[in-house]
Design a protein around this ligand. Structure first.
Ligand code: ACM
Length: 551
């Protein structure tokens, strides 16, 4: 077997400008690339042949090529033969290629993608799309020679959890835009969509047993104008826009999203927040609130102290909710939130103080830990796994819990050292709601400062971690909290191209990352995103056309 050489910076420089055909500008960068000379052309008469088990991937490839090419490739089951495109599934290669790996060969005798799993094949297909002229990403017919350069790629991801999170609680995002977001994730070989479905400012998933969650909890009368901090710091009354906002996904819509993601090898991990971020839910069902205070769905940004009461009846209610959630989401991991649960009302309530004593707990952190523990037991019994934000470490971590480390790496280090699995969501690098530059033309954001190169520099496995615990770091994900992103166009501006950098750092071994090369490939890649009508943040705001702004 030939040794594969990596196409390095020098080779790219010799080949000339980044847009020169023949360059490999795939994002995320494949691990091993051996370039040849020549190219193979796909035409209307090219056959797309697949082996047993690979039909869905073959159909997907034909479907994504058709809009720009203007023809649908003939898809048929068969053996590899000379010419055409062949997608081959061979489980026997699992050991050498890994569960998500693939080989992609383009030569004079055609295009061949092989993998041990359909996920691997799917990633091979994504790489093939990016080998073709960028116009293959157009949504209308283009007159083009559809040639792919001769190449051999052997590839597999570094991490198994390659995620993007989306908060649809602060601003509801219609199903169609969620589907587009999933397509964009697929292009970048992400495999986990963390769907943040419940918030103080809105409950977004239909629960049949508790219809008031969406009848009342999915709608707020109006929303604060500008940055919430402005009012808090100056002790000014909030000013609102007078515009009702809301929406929710029916269970049929949820099923559609889950199936759409699954067809793109993306697992949807739902987040049902507890015990905090519950104001919309306890407005709808005050019997599960921690105080009798009259409230509505929260209209301002910031953390509400209206959290669930830790009564047994609340646990029973949330288990009913979870029963329906588990029916809809086949994901092994179920996210229970756990962050920013202010204990003010628990501390003040004589009834909850009494409960604390009854349960033999020391303080309200232990009460939260008890609360989360109920769902660890429940999910484990159902064959699922609990994941929560790093606050679930406070008061004692539930036995089966996986930790999502957002307040830096500390929580991740503590959890991994204690033998728990971890997903990194570091707010210093992976919060895509933070500003992308100090340019005053940037749209209003929550704060922070997180540039593209900073994202690219991120290393998910903390240095402090004992090497024997490194395997506990399942991967990482980018966070899109939408307080200051009123619609999906704005979400795209904040997500891209930072998500491109994240996709690459999750895919490539650390020593193979190269920001210069990534930046050059990104110039080409952004043309693809443009053709997909993605409102990405331009690399240079001063020369950007108005069409690529955030609104
Ligand atoms: C978080 O940002 N509250 C997880």
């Amino acid at each position: 077997m030939k040794t594969l050489v990596k196409v390095g910076v020098t080779a790219l420089l010799i080949l000339g400008s980044a847009v020169c055909r023949g360059n490999i500008d795939i994002i995320p960068r494949p691990q091993e690339i051996e370039s040849g000379s020549g190219s193979y052309e796909i035409t209307a008469s090219t056959e797309l042949v697949y082996s047993k088990g690979a039909q869905a991937t073959a159909d997907y490839l034909a479907e994504v090529l058709a809009p720009a090419m203007g023809f649908e490739l003939r898809v048929k089951r068969g053996r590899k033969s000379t010419g055409g495109i062949f997608l081959g599934l061979d489980e026997a290669t699992a050991d050498s290629m890994g569960p998500e790996g693939y080989t992609l060969k383009v030569g004079s005798d055609g295009i061949e993608i092989t993998a041990a799993t359909e996920s691997g094949l799917f990633y091979g297909v994504q790489s093939l799309r990016q080998l073709l002229p960028v116009s293959v990403f157009a949504t209308g017919v283009i007159d083009e020679v559809w040639d792919a350069p001769f190449v051999t790629i052997e590839d597999q991801p570094r991490f198994g959890w390659r995620g993007m999170h989306l908060d649809v609680g602060r601003h509801f995002m219609p199903k169609e835009s969620v589907l587009k977001f999933i397509d964009l994730m697929a292009i970048h070989k992400f495999n986990t969509f963390h769907w943040h479905l419940t918030e103080d400012q809105g409950w977004r998933i239909e629960i049949k047993k508790y219809p008031k969650l969406t009848e009342f909890g999915a709608w707020r009368d109006e929303t604060v104008v500008g940055h919430a901090r402005h009012y808090i710091q100056k002790k000014l009354p909030f000013v609102y826009n007078g515009l009702p906002h809301g929406g929710y996904y029916t269970q049929d819509e949820v099923r559609e999203v889950v199936a759409y993601a699954s067809a793109r090898h993306i697992t949807v991990v739902p987040e049902i927040e507890l015990p905090g971020h519950a104001q919309a839910a306890v407005f709808a069902y005050p019997e599960f609130a921690s105080s009798a205070e009259k409230i509505g769905v929260k209209k301002e940004w910031g953390v509400s102290h209206h959290i669930y009461s830790p009564e047994d009846k609340t646990i029973a209610f949330l288990k009913d909710v979870m029963d329906e959630v588990l029916e809809l989401f086949p994901s092994e991991f179920i996210h229970i939130g756990g962050d920013e649960a202010t204990k003010t009302l628990w501390e003040k309530s004589p009834r909850i103080q009494e409960l604390l004593k009854e349960r033999g707990l020391k303080d309200m952190h232990e009460m939260q830990s008890w609360f989360v523990g109920q769902f660890d037991e429940y999910l484990t019994a159902k064959g699922r796994r609990l994941i929560g934000w790093d606050e679930i470490l406070e008061g004692g971590l539930a036995e089966g819990a996986t930790v999502m480390s957002w307040r830096g790496a500390k929580g991740g280090i503590a959890a991994a050292s204690a033998g728990h699995d971890v997903v990194m969501a570091h707010n210093g690098y992976l919060y895509f709601d933070h500003y992308q530059s100090k340019d005053e033309r940037e749209p209003l954001a929550i704060g922070g400062f997180n540039t593209l190169d900073k994202v690219y520099s991120y290393e998910p496995v903390p240095e402090e971690l004992d090497p024997s615990d490194a395997k506990r770091i399942l991967g990482a994900q980018g966070q899109l909290w939408t307080e200051y992103m009123p619609n999906m166009t704005h979400v795209e501006y904040m997500a891209f191209p930072r998500a491109c950098a994240l996709a690459e750092l999750l895919w490539l071994p650390k020593e193979d990352k190269d920001y210069e090369r990534f930046s050059r490939s990104l110039e080409v890649h952004l043309k693809r995103l443009s053709l997909q009508q993605v409102n990405f943040r331009p690399l240079h705001l001063d020369t950007a056309e108005e069409t690529n702004r955030y609104q």
